[in-house]
Design a protein around this ligand. Structure first.
Ligand code: PA5
Length: 423
């Protein structure tokens, strides 16, 4: 992974950047030494080595029978959903059918979504992985209730017993009680790991393993990233990223747009939005994280970015190499006047579009951070994920907020429960 800050140089002097890096290094130390706010939620820091020791093998063996099924529904929301979805969507083929088909539920309350899902699963051999730390979240609870009911109509008890895996708290919550009575296979979400920092625990790893991806490589990537991103050095990319975004925020850049140039990263940017949005947006502070997919959104939000209010900066997530080489073909009549691209790689065109966009946006006073990974695979995604988590903890401490709580999420829930109970 390579972090290039040349697109921010017009906006921050070397001296100010160095000062911010020093501040970020101090906050990183606070994070790693467990001296900051929310320090009872630091279990995620050691997940790569912890999971590599033995845990990941247990996860793989628990998923073996699920791999033969027609479909597996992953039920969860927020941090119990986005990490797995981000990684599976980045790795899976974009058009070819995969077996088992991985489906998601419990992240919305749409009647049509769940009705169509139930219809699709009728008469299919399917399994459920239900993930909820609290075991009390409304959306996954309703989805699980519906699909568990479908299972009961479709399969005998002894089959159901092998078709449900539960990932939840060790002791608390309705799901743990169900595991105790029904003896479903289960994995624990440790008390000291919050939802949005849980992707490298069973919460993310188990669904990723069910989908057939190499969770060991993911963890090795995360471990290598840990070595780099916890270094007490101004060259540490997590420190540099936290430093520059904190400076930009203090200077009026209140929105960070995570840009991807590959549709496979759509959900990764969704995961990133939750990580930073829920960790930093509190006490009336915090960068508002948004995501855009280029070149698609250059034909929509590109106009705003170029000429709208100067309140946003971009972080471009770029992938150096595609897995396939696609050469642009010649056309004998040159009807579209694009023959000057004949023989050029599609990858070359995408990169030139990205370079041209960055130049235009920087000229238009939009600071640009460039983050590049060599290719999309388990190792590099693991590396990236861990980088973002360390950067997020550091960045939230620079802002002076607790990166590991989400008190604001409760407000809508209280109202919703009141309305649902007709009060
Ligand atoms: O990051 C978080 O803590 C949240 O997004 C939770 O993951 C989300 O609300 C789901 O909670 P639970 O796993 O308890 O169902």
């Amino acid at each position: 992974m390579n972090l290039n800050l040349s697109g921010t140089q017009n906006f921050i002097s070397q001296k100010l950047f160095d000062a911010k890096c020093n501040n970020a290094l101090n906050k990183l130390e606070v994070l790693l030494n467990g001296k900051g706010k929310g320090n009872d939620f630091l279990g995620w820091i050691d997940l790569p080595e912890k999971m590599l020791e033995n845990e990941y093998k247990k996860i793989i063996s628990a998923t073996e029978s699920f791999k033969k099924l027609d479909a597996v529904v992953i039920i969860g929301t927020g941090g119990s959903y986005l990490g797995a979805r981000a990684i599976i969507e980045a790795l899976k083929p974009q058009f070819k059918k995969s077996k088992p088909k991985i489906l998601f539920a419990g992240h919305n309350l749409s009647a049509d979504y769940h009705t169509e899902l139930i219809d699709y699963l009728k008469n299919k051999e399917f399994g459920i992985v239900v993930i909820s730390k609290s075991g009390t979240t409304t959306e996954p609870a309703i989805a699980f209730r519906l699909l568990y009911d479908l299972m009961k109509k479709q399969f005998p008890k002894n089959i159901i017993q092998k078709r449900i895996i539960v990932i939840t708290d060790a002791e608390k919550g309705a799901l743990r009680q169900l595991v105790n009575t029904e003896k479903f296979e289960s994995f624990i979400i440790d008390d000291d790991i919050g939802g949005r920092y849980s992707v490298l625990s069973a919460v993310g790893l188990l669904p990723i393993a069910v989908a057939g991806y190499d969770i060991k490589q993911l963890l090795i990537g995360a471990l290598d990233s840990k070595k780099k991103c916890t270094e007490n050095s101004p060259e540490n990319p997590a420190v540099q990223y936290a430093a520059v975004r904190n400076y930009l925020y203090a200077n009026g850049y209140k929105i960070e747009a995570m840009v991807n140039y590959d549709p496979r990263f759509y959900y990764l940017t969704e995961w990133w939005k939750q990580l930073f949005g829920e960790s930093e947006g509190k006490e009336l502070k915090g960068i508002f994280p948004v995501s855009v997919s280029f070149t698609t959104d250059l034909h929509s939000l590109g106009q705003y970015i170029q000429q709208g209010e100067r309140i946003l900066f971009e972080t471009v997530l770029y992938v150096t190499k595609n897995h396939s080489k696609l050469t642009i073909t010649d056309n004998e009549t040159n009807f579209d006047n694009f023959n000057y691209l004949t023989g050029k790689d599609m990858e070359f065109v995408n990169r030139k579009a990205a370079e041209a966009t960055m130049m235009a946006h920087v000229d238009g006073k939009v600071p640009n951070i460039w983050l590049e990974i060599p290719e999309i695979n388990e190792y590099h995604i693991g590396y990236l994920i861990y980088f973002f988590q360390i950067a997020c903890g550091t960045s939230a401490y620079m802002l002076g907020v607790n990166p590991f709580d989400q008190p604001g999420v409760e407000d809508y829930k209280k109202n919703m429960f009141r309305l649902l109970k007709g009060k």
